[in-house]
Design a binder for this molecule. Sequence first.
Ligand code: NAD
Length: 416
Amino acid sequence: MAAQGTVFGAMLQEFEGAAKILNLDKGLWKMLTHPKRQITVSCPVQLDNGEIEVFTGYRVQYNVTLGPAKGGIRYHPGVTLDEVTALAAWMTWKCAVAQLPFGGGKGGVICDPTKMSRRELEALTRRYTAEIIDAIGPDKDVPAPDVNTNAQVMAWFSDTYSMHVGHTSTAVVTGKPIEMGGSLGRREATGRGVMIAARESARHLGFDLKGATVAVQGYGNVGAIAAELLAAQGASVVGVSDVNGGVYNARGLDMAALAAHVAQHQTVREFAGGDPLATDELFGLDVDILIPAALENQITAENASRIRARLLVEGANGPTTPAAHRALHDRGVFIVPDILANAGGVTVSYFEWVQNRHGYFWSERDVNERLEAKMVQAFDAVLQTAQRHQVDMRTAAYIVAISRVATVTKMRGMYA
Ligand code: NAD
């Protein structure tokens, strides 16, 4: 069992609440709370200055009962095996909630990509791929982008894998550039799913997105698209932040101008269309909807009391600690958990994998319509479960996910 206070420990606490309600069999409980496989690799890379650096990388396949492991690769100085394991577990529950034929996996490399050249990043990506190559593949484990990795990193990953197996394999990763088998709509998918989750929640809570105020922590792939799409629905995005700072405008930020500023300066800081906002002020804004879309453990018992939003939609994975979740839920805040709210990304990753395996590509409209249907279906299943068991949405999402994985685990039986 993981120690209290770890990211995996937080996942276990969430799991426990649902498993108790399900009266989960003891053996299944053990099976579903242990990662299937944790791989640690050392990746030597020759830096541009000629020195050799050795980077530690991980790939965790948490559970593959429903299908190949699926989950992103994160490049960050703060990556730990505990964090990657928790993220791989969350991928397991997320795929189950979204009813995708995938298990859960996650990868991470301890590095600071902001201090690395493009050549160094390519070398690191290729070596990391080569080190975990036996464990990955379209039927085994299918990585994707996560924090600080993108379509270019997936292109290098796919190329390295293809060179090793001797043929071009597109379905080994998702989130690839469109030209090499990526899916239309994938880049926007997580943010689009967050918008759909917010829209469905607002409908359930009885308020209109039109005119609703929104604050977004983390203006990256997920946060920026969620903000843009919510604004397109008529919401007013009044505050956004990134690691360098934030910006606030009570009348609503001009999304197009903000995107242009970020394209030029790589940060929302000093955007002329609003007032400066300290990163820790964002959570205290008087808004209807708060979207944490940066990293885990951002909303804690300490800062939860400052939150004034009535709806919290978790764009990031694990942004709310269990203690903060309890405090907010007790105050009546409606929380859409990560494993539901940000499932749009892996859903379109699944669509990408399907298109790669068929060699036939869908239009963006097709992708978005299918995503819409999947997200609404998942949202409804979780909401109905929450109402049936009189529990919060997070516990309900775990109940849905654990039941699906446990059912198949029992059907498959024990291989010994
Ligand atoms: P990203 O690297 O594109 O963006 C992260 C953003 O968060 C950046 O703007 C960064 O500056 C900001 N940030 C970091 N620390 C911050 C802090 N302390 N305060 C304010 N802002 C901070 O990453 P992403 O792909 O958008 O992922 C964000 C989160 O969403 C992660 O938790 C990730 O696991 C999760 N997620 C991503 C996807 C996806 O498809 N990209 C899918 C599901 C979940």
